[in-house]
Ligand binder design. Structure first.
Ligand code: GDP
Length: 430
């Protein structure tokens, strides 16, 4: 019995959804603890696709309870839409299947409007947010004026919260040249959504602590990636929450030593969506090829992702922060057919070589990747079912990652399907 956290080890979009889906089969509880509906995973139920942005991936497992904990910012309209979509697929979602923290901050209509207004005002200097109000919602948490999910169940409390925040937010909207939000219509809608969610709203953190203390298998599902962490990432081109493994302790409120295993999800190459530094980016035909073969378009926004070589120096930095106990290397199949593969093992900065991502943004901007070259492999990997059946060079590529990072590879993705995963070790025990 154990707890396991899944962390995107790069800039997000590592293919966490499939890994979580696989590991959720064993988990009795799956917990989202940060981010908002800027994450996304696709569930296929009887051939029909449902894209979920907030509901945790364990929702398809019969005996798994899913938790949206307080580190998450919740857009109630999006959540209700997801619950409707699941109901339309014949999936009943009651409190045994999903609970939502009463303390989670709500993404309000003014957050979305401010997010969009700011990005268009910044023009070329924009952050590249998904425009879903997530950043402004976290701002209100830090400013102690957030509306929380529990407030949607009580008109008087909601009114008191809005008294603290709405005028200022509307002033910002006016300054941005956007329409201010009409209070009464917003309140009516929020109370309606609150009633829909009421059966699921509870002290979710307490339930997670109970589960962890009872040694139930708990899976903590991270969103985005380490290099997008608001503090540790490539600031300011980051998300507004903590994406590192330590965030489980702060966002859910469980002791750090209660997290037994940390699985880092590593795409076999690198991608990044939006703006910001990306030392191994390929802006040539090879980059286009990775994007096309790897289908690197956002599942939430449809935006094309920037693509480049695997960056072990960035991963070394990620590992030191997160303490990976195992790795899941995804999308190895996408690299098939290349003569030679480059892997960044360090950066040359001002005439010397460093082996991990520099923290200083000015230094990072000058960093030139130092590459090792490895032989590529030919042929389709999508039907490969064991490590031994992989081409020798593909095994060499995995060995190289393991050796450089000093972390064992537990899972290897060779295609998008649930079964297209080689299980080399059990991430729950090894
Ligand atoms: P996430 O946000 O980290 O879950 O990543 P995304 O969902 O944005 O990207 C994952 C995409 O890659 C999905 O379309 C998956 O079906 C696909 N995928 C996941 N693992 C593999 C793999 O091993 N090979 C291939 N070809 N596709 C994969």
């Amino acid at each position: 019995m154990a707890s396991l956290v899944i962390i995107g080890a790069q800039w997000g979009d590592e293919g966490k959804g499939k890994v979580v889906d696989l590991l959720a089969q064993r988990a009795r509880m799956v917990v989202r603890y940060q981010g908002g509906n800027n994450a996304g995973h696709t569930l296929v139920v009887e051939g029909q696709k449902t894209i979920l942005h907030l509901v945790p991936s364990g929702i398809l497992q019969a005996d798994t309870r899913n938790v949206i904990a307080q580190g998450v910012v919740v857009d109630p309209a999006v959540l209700v839409r997801e619950l409707d979509a699941l109901a339309a697929r014949g999936l009943h979602v009651g409190p045994e299947q999903l609970v939502i923290s009463a303390r989670a901050a709500v993404i309000m209509p003014y957050h979305c409007a401010i997010d969009a207004g700011r990005e268009s005002r910044l023009g070329a200097g924009r952050i590249g947010t998904t425009g879903r109000g997530i950043g402004p919602a976290y701002e209100d948490v830090a400013a102690r004026r957030a509306v929380r999910v529990g407030d949607l169940l009580d008109r008087a409390r909601l009114d008191a919260r809005l008294d603290r925040v709405l005028d200022e937010r509307n002033a910002t909207l006016t300054w941005l040249g956007s329409e201010p939000i009409a209070r009464e219509a917003m309140v009516t809608e929020l109370l309606r959504l609150g009633e829909r969610l009421r059966p699921l709203v509870t002290d979710a953190e307490c339930l997670v602590r109970d589960a962890v203390e009872a040694d139930v298998d708990v899976l903590f599902e991270g969103a985005q990636g380490v290099l997008l962490d608001v503090l540790h990432g490539t600031f300011p081109y980051v998300t507004s929450s903590h994406t590192v493994s330590g965030a489980v302790a702060t966002s859910v409120g469980v002791p750090p030593w209660r997290v037994d295993h940390v699985l880092g999800i590593v795409k076999a190459y690198t991608s990044r969506v939006g703006e910001g530094p990306f030392p191994t980016e390929l802006t040539d035909a090879l980059g286009d090829r990775l994007r096309e073969v790897g289908q690197e378009f956002g599942s939430t926004t449809g935006r094309p992702r920037r693509c480049g070589w695997l960056d072990l120096a960035a991963l070394r930095y990620a590992h030191r922060i997160n303490g990976f106990t195992g790795l899941a290397v995804t999308k190895l199949d996408v690299l098939s057919g290349l003569e030679t593969l480059k892997v960044c093992v360090g950066y040359r900065v001002d005439g010397r070589v460093v082996d991990a991502l520099p923290a200083d943004e000015g230094v990072l901007a000058r960093a030139e990747p130092v590459y090792a070259e490895l032989p590529g492999w030919q042929g389709d990997l999508s039907a490969v079912e064991s490590l031994e059946a992989l081409p020798r060079e593909a095994r060499g590529y995995l060995d190289f990652i393991e050796r450089e990072l000093g972390v064992p590879v537990a899972l290897v993705g060779v295609g998008p399907g649930r079964r297209q995963t080689l299980e080399l070790r059990d991430p729950w025990t090894d």
